[in-house]
Design a protein around this ligand. Structure first.
Ligand SMILES: Cc1cc2nc3c(=O)[nH]c(=O)nc-3n(C[C@H](O)[C@H](O)[C@H](O)COP(=O)(O)OP(=O)(O)OC[C@H]3O[C@@H](n4cnc5c(N)ncnc54)[C@H](O)[C@@H]3O)c2cc1C
Length: 286
């Protein structure tokens, strides 16, 4: 009996030491990361506006702000040592270098729609780089092009295009809250696919930051990397900060309709005909 209570108290002591040392290691890691950032970024007030550690009252709300899969909100899920929400592209190289220097992985998040939560979860110490503040969209109507920062969601892109022109559009996804960072990196299909192809087919330039913290564009990254980032999957090659898009010309008036059929109705109609083929169901875009 004595041995059991002794082993319980030793176990408790061991767990307490373990959780204390892991808390100590965690706070040490983010202290070192913050110190590194303050060396690389000129202005210290900048840092206090873009960095959220677990002690910050806004940490949880920022983390949850774009978690689209609710089961990843539970406290049992891994949480980042630090969340950084850069205001400018020029702040990102320092974040990459400081994460590397402190052995922390970077999880880049745009719209947060990753099915496995890979933009905000990891099994090793990590930083969430949340691009929510990088969502600027500039449209050149004459050139029929647009620059969109990676933190924008496709609803913002569609809205901005429609505000600027009634005859320009971009072939991307159907769900409005998906981020252009992850969507275009994986190809990006939507209702205009048949006529204009994937979103990635209509990207003509991009800006990204590589593992060395270099800011690259289409010319400096080279054609292989430019090919790979358009469909090779988010987080595979670096941090995309912006895409340049070739806009599609569309008619001013758009007609959309759909025909709903139950399986029974379709089968009855098919049987009433000579052939065995089912009548087509169509969703017309123009
Ligand atoms: C409800 C829903 C609807 C969808 N609808 C469509 C659709 O209509 N068409 C379609 O093609 N797909 C669709 N998808 C799939 C969607 O395109 C992918 O899940 C995409 O990866 C989500 O991008 P995100 O930026 O929103 O997600 P995030 O979770 O932010 O990112 C997804 C992945 O990309 C990485 N990543 C994000 N931003 C960057 C960046 N700037 N640079 C480098 N890596 C980055 C992340 O680290 C993560 O690995 C849908 C998904 C959901 C959940």
């Amino acid at each position: 009996m004595k041995t059991t209570s002794l082993s319980y108290s030793s176990l408790f002591l061991f767990l307490a030491i373990l959780s204390c040392s892991s808390w100590h290691a965690q706070s040490h890691a983010h202290d070192d990361f913050l110190q590194c950032l303050s060396l690389h970024l000129q202005n210290n007030t900048e840092i206090s506006h873009i960095v959220y550690t677990p002690n910050n009252p806004s940490y949880l709300s920022i983390l949850r702000s774009s978690i689209r899969n609710r089961r990843f909100e539970f406290a049992s899920n891994p949480r980042p040592h630090v969340i950084v929400t850069p205001m400018y592209e020029s702040q990102i190289p320092a974040i990459v270098l400081c994460a590397k220097e402190n052995g922390m992985q970077i999880r880049t998040r745009s719209g947060g729609h990753d099915y496995e939560g890979l933009s905000y979860r990891s099994k090793v110490p990590y930083v969430v780089l949340d691009l929510v503040n990088l969502s600027e969209i500039t449209i050149d109507v004459e050139q029929k092009t647009a620059w969109v920062q990676a933190g924008a969601i496709i609803a913002q892109l569609y809205y901005k295009i429609s505000e600027t022109s009634r005859t320009l559009a971009f072939p991307a996804g159907a769900c409005p809250t998906v981020g252009v960072g992850g969507l275009f990196s994986g190809g990006g299909y939507g209702p205009m696919l048949r006529k204009f192809g994937l979103a990635a087919d209509n990207i003509v330039d991009a800006r990204m930051i590589d593992v060395e913290g270099r800011i690259l564009d289409r010319k400096s990254m080279g054609k292989d990397l430019f090919w790979a980032i358009r469909g090779g999957g988010g987080a595979s090659f670096g941090i995309i900060t912006a895409w340049k898009l070739k806009l599609a010309t569309v008619p001013e008036t758009l007609t959309i309709f759909s025909i709903s059929q139950t399986t029974n109705k379709m089968q009855n109609r098919a049987r009433s005909r000579d052939g065995n083929t089912l009548p087509p169901i169509s969703l017309m875009i123009y």
